[in-house]
Design a protein around this ligand. Structure first.
Ligand SMILES: *[C@@H]1O[C@H](CO)[C@@H](O)[C@H](O)[C@H]1NC(C)=O
Length: 269
């Protein structure tokens, strides 16, 4: 064991020395670092102490937000407290505010044509409306998604607004964009969705697009791409798109800029 450690130390030490000897740091943008990636799933590592768990769950969340982890069904059980803490703390609020602020800066930088054809798309759930009251009763993504239970919650029209998105929405309207709400909710939920949006302060939109019968069974990526494509064919220039799922943003007829809101609770393909 000691011999192995000594050998590893020797390897590390000698590569540092040779790196310094061979490379002039002025010629390279950064020092050459030789490291080999861990092959194990980091969430399987023993690390039972809190700081280690925190790091592992932050790493998991980063992989989720960057869409490197794709698809995934539920949050890792060991990250249950982590996700709960994130969702109910200022961390989530700051992340939302950051996205809203950057989207607003971009929107203000654009010169709109003034012909009423410049459009911004907003997703609804976890973008304009927060279903946190529902998810707090369902383990913040620890439970496998139950569409039947979720629909009962939707019927209450009680989802509060996401504050940072309300601010962006007002800015976008003020700048003169056409505003389209594009949601994976069913057309059967139109009236309750309208009621909820209005209750939450989203009182105006140019189009609210929900899944029609023929859209059921399509991935969100396909359904939303088809709808964006339809807008583009009508002559709209989709300059901005805000959503908490990559499937709100990716596919085809993509927006010039996409703004990904945080959501470590669930994944929709
Ligand atoms: C948006 O993207 C289209 C297609 O790439 C491009 O022609 C257009 O100039 C872009 N508009 C803005 C405002 O960046």
């Amino acid at each position: 064991m000691n011999l192995l450690l000594g050998f590893l130390f020797f390897l590390g030490f000698s590569s540092t020395v040779s790196a310094e000897e061979k490379f002039d740091s002025h010629l390279l943008p950064r020092p050459l670092i030789l490291e080999y990636p861990e092959t194990q799933d980091i969430l399987q590592l023993k690390g039972s102490d809190d700081a280690e768990l925190q790091l592992q769950c932050t790493s998991w969340r980063f992989a989720v937000e960057a869409n490197n982890l794709n698809p995934w069904k539920t949050i890792p059980s060991k990250c249950a407290d982590y996700v709960k803490d994130y969702m109910t703390s200022r961390a989530y609020t700051y992340d939302l505010e950051r996205v809203s602020m950057e989207a607003g800066t971009y929107a203000k930088s654009l010169q709109l044509a003034g012909d009423g054809m410049d459009a911004w798309i907003f997703d609804v759930d976890e973008t304009l409306l927060s279903n946190l009251p529902y998810y707090s009763d369902h383990g913040f993504g620890l439970e496998v998604f139950d569409g039947h239970q979720f629909d009962k919650w939707v019927e209450k029209a009680a989802a509060p607004a996401i504050g940072a998105s309300s601010k962006l929405y007002e800015e976008i309207l003020g700048l003169g964009f056409k505003v389209f709400f594009l949601t994976g909710r069913s057309e059967m939920q139109r009236s309750v969705t309208v009621e909820n949006l209005k209750n939450a302060g989203f009182t105006y939109w140019d189009k609210l697009i929900l899944r029609a019968l023929e859209d059921h069974g399509k991935t969100a990526t396909l359904y939303k791409s088809e709808k964006r494509s339809g807008m583009a064919k009508e002559g709209y220039r989709i300059l901005g798109n805000s959503g908490d799922q990559w499937s709100d943003l990716q596919g085809y007829a993509m927006s010039n800029r996409s703004f990904k809101l945080p959501n470590p609770m669930y994944y929709i393909p």
